[in-house]
Design a protein around this ligand. Structure first.
Ligand code: SF4
Length: 237
């Protein structure tokens, strides 16, 4: 499962499917399902080199985690909403589900990397397999999926994994939670595993949730990174 965005194999889904609200992250209001005015016919961004200067820092930090190309290339076999406009609404709805599944896969992969041994490893592997299978479902099945319920299940597992990872580091005598945005370097669980987080004025650069770019859509209760980013809704208490 490739969790790296490949815009060349997508069809501008992140520039079209979600609604934007004019804010520090997006210069304009845009309804869901309408292409951003800067999206070109070839699905490239017309202001890619000037996103921050033009008032779109949210686009600069957004990451679909590979959901876009999964929808276009796998779910729809290479079709796109411009050539097949009858599919547009469904494709956008599927993208919003797929983005959540890829986000869960990202967290599960991070957690599994931290739990290469131990009682949760098998459970994390099963959750990765199950979530991966869901990403290969048909469009109809994806739209029928109770993604909130699946998130809840995964969230419980991630919470347990995070607690185990943090308690293991604490027991080893080297852990403390990340120092927060002021110091700019995470020293929590993920950093101990060699995954340093960085904070910028937009938040955590590794957060795949948009936490640094405005309201997050993530209902998860725990930050797998173990750091204390002031804006990250995933941060532990
Ligand atoms: S500004 Fe560019 S990257 Fe952002 S939504 Fe518009 S086309 Fe997409």
């Amino acid at each position: 499962m490739d969790l790296r965005a490949d815009c060349a194999r997508c069809a501008g889904l992140c520039c079209t499917a979600p609604a934007f609200t004019a804010s520090a992250d997006f210069a304009i209001d845009k309804p869901a399902g309408q292409p951003c005015p800067h999206l070109q016919r070839d699905f490239r961004c017309g202001i890619h080199d000037q996103l921050r200067q033009r008032g779109f820092p949210g686009c600069a930090v957004y990451d679909c985690l590979g959901a876009g190309q999964q929808v276009v290339q796998v779910t729809y076999g290479g079709q796109d909403w411009r050539r097949a406009p009858a599919l547009a609404g469904q494709m956008f709805a599927v993208f919003l589900v797929m983005r959540q599944l890829h986000e869960l896969l990202w967290y599960l992969s991070e957690a599994a990397a931290l739990q290469q041994r131990g009682p949760l490893h098998d459970e994390l592997s099963r959750a990765i397999e199950e979530t991966g299978q869901l990403t290969r479902s048909s469009a109809e099945d994806l739209l029928r999926l109770d993604v909130a319920a699946h998130r809840e299940d995964v969230s419980r597992l991630l919470l347990a994994a995070s607690e185990r990872a943090r308690s293991g580091i604490a027991a080893a005598g080297g852990a403390r939670a990340g120092p927060g945005p002021e110091t700019g370097t995470g020293t929590g669980t993920a950093a101990a595993a060699g995954r340093r987080h960085r904070w910028t004025s937009l938040g955590c650069t590794r957060a795949p949730c948009g936490a640094g770019t405005g309201p997050s859509t993530i209902p998860l209760q725990v930050g797998i990174c173990g750091s204390r980013c002031g804006r990250c809704p995933l941060a532990p208490p």
